[in-house]
Design a protein around this ligand. Structure first.
Ligand SMILES: CSCC[C@H](NC(C)=O)C(=O)O
Ligand SMILES: [Zn+2]
Ligand SMILES: [Zn+2]
Length: 412
């Protein structure tokens, strides 16, 4: 039943809105926004849906929820449909509408935080499964819909921890789908890997003294040298990206200076100055060599410079997109039957997929949104209702195709 107007889902509500859109807008109104996400509201919402979807069972582990549709051969590896429940904060004064009202304009554009990242995908998974079940379809492999918190703050209390939980291993996942990005053109972008985030702070100690003198060996001189080394490298990578036809952002290393700290007064030369950078490193880069380069930049800048990492991801697993890979060939062939053009890329930022790939499970980042500007984390994030509805049809084809991949050699 539709929560708004109580008609069966898949039908049109009296106001003329598809009930899947109504459900999506209801989910968007839940304030699962950092820094204090209302995860209880999300759990109540998902619990209600699990009750509606017959023969689906819910497992609750702290705040992770998993809705399971058991396959006809549950011994086979399962399919994971992953989505995070949290969303990033908004600057409300920059929005055209209340970011948690899910306002729909005359063109059918729905405005709310999470429309693209990634409440759309959550509801698309659910509605695709609902329609398949309503048709009486039985799938060979078990399908798990996982709803996970804290992706937006690094996943430490979410996926990073959960992939090492015995209950995760019990899910026996063979292949996972997780979030991707919108594509402004006709094509759909799919992500088979991610760049590794390295968040680094470089500490530059120096001789203190009176601001009126030429003190030798100051922290500021070292800081300038470190900054120049990082930012010169940034320019080179930017140039490489801008002069190549075939590279995308995920194929080059980005460097951004994000914080500077130091100093107490105009006339006191400080004993230390610190600078922080956000680095994103493609899976093709040798990480040991790259760290050696950082050490060299620090050494060249002067004595006693140290650095520390707030994030240092080292796993470079990527998911096969070879035509002989059973998961990828099924995914891509199914998209082809729907006349969808796929653009394969490395995800430029970090999602929970990195933790899934790190434990050896192939994962594809995919949010079926073409003809849509990339607005995740931006003001006025929106998604058109027709694009949203098309995504349900896409998953309705993809989910059975993946869940009916014949037993693999290691499953026989
Ligand atoms: C390193 S944890 C932070 C995760 C965040 N994810 C996204 C998609 O913005 C990021 O890439 O900055
Ligand atoms: Zn996301
Ligand atoms: Zn996000």
């Amino acid at each position: 039943m539709c929560s708004g107007c109580r008609v069966d889902r898949g039908q049109v509500c009296p106001e003329g809105e598809d009930s899947s859109v109504t459900l999506f807008r209801e989910y968007l109104r839940l304030r699962t926004v950092h820094p204090k996400p209302d995860y209880d509201a999300a759990l109540r919402f998902l619990d209600r849906i699990a009750e509606e979807l017959e023969n689906t069972y819910m497992l609750y582990l702290q705040i992770v929820s998993i809705m399971t549709w058991e396959g006809t051969n549950p011994a086979l590896k399962s399919i994971l449909l992953n989505s995070h429940t949290d969303v990033v904060p908004v600057f409300q004064e920059q929005w055209k509408y209340d970011a948690f009202s899910a306002f729909k304009d005359a063109e059918g554009n729905i405005y709310a935080r999470g429309t693209q990242d990634m409440k759309c995908v959550t509801i698309q998974y659910i509605q695709a499964v609902r329609r398949l079940k309503a048709e009486g379809r039985k799938l060979m492999r078990t399908v798990h819909l996982m709803f996970i918190p804290d992706e937006e703050i690094g996943g430490h209390e979410g996926m990073e921890t959960f992939v090492n939980h015995p209950e995760f291993k019990k899910l026996n996942i063979g292949f996972a789908l997780d979030e991707g990005l919108a594509n402004p053109g006709e094509a759909f972008t799919v992500f088979y890997g991610e760049r590794n985030p390295w968040w680094i702070t470089v500490h530059c100690p120096g001789s203190p003294g009176h601001g009126s003198r030429f003190v030798e060996n100051t922290a500021a001189e070292k800081l300038v040298s470190v900054i120049n080394s990082f930012l010169n490298f940034r320019e080179k990578e930017k140039h490489r990206l801008n002069t190549s036809e075939c590279l995308t952002l995920g194929d080059v290393t980005t460097v951004n200076m994000t914080m500077v700290k130091g100093g107490v007064a105009y006339n006191v030369i400080p004993a230390e100055m610190d600078v922080s950078f956000d680095l994103r490193i493609p899976p093709t880069v040798n990480l040991q060599e790259f760290e050696k380069q950082i050490k060299q930049w620090c050494k060249e800048a002067g004595d006693d410079i140290t650095y520390e990492f707030a994030q240092k991801h080292m796993n470079q697993n990527i998911t096969s997109t070879e035509e002989n890979d059973p998961w990828w060939s099924t995914f891509s062939a199914t998209c082809k039957t729907m006349n969808m053009t796929l653009e394969k890329e490395i995800f430029p930022a970090a999602t929970d997929s990195r933790f899934i790939r790190a434990v050896g499970i192939p994962a594809i980042g995919f949010s079926p949104m073409n003809r849509t500007p990339i607005l995740l984390h931006d003001h006025n994030e929106y998604l058109n209702e027709q694009i949203f509805l098309k995504g349900i049809s896409v998953y309705k084809r993809l989910i059975p195709a993946l869940a009916n991949v014949p037993p693999l050699p290691d499953e026989a």
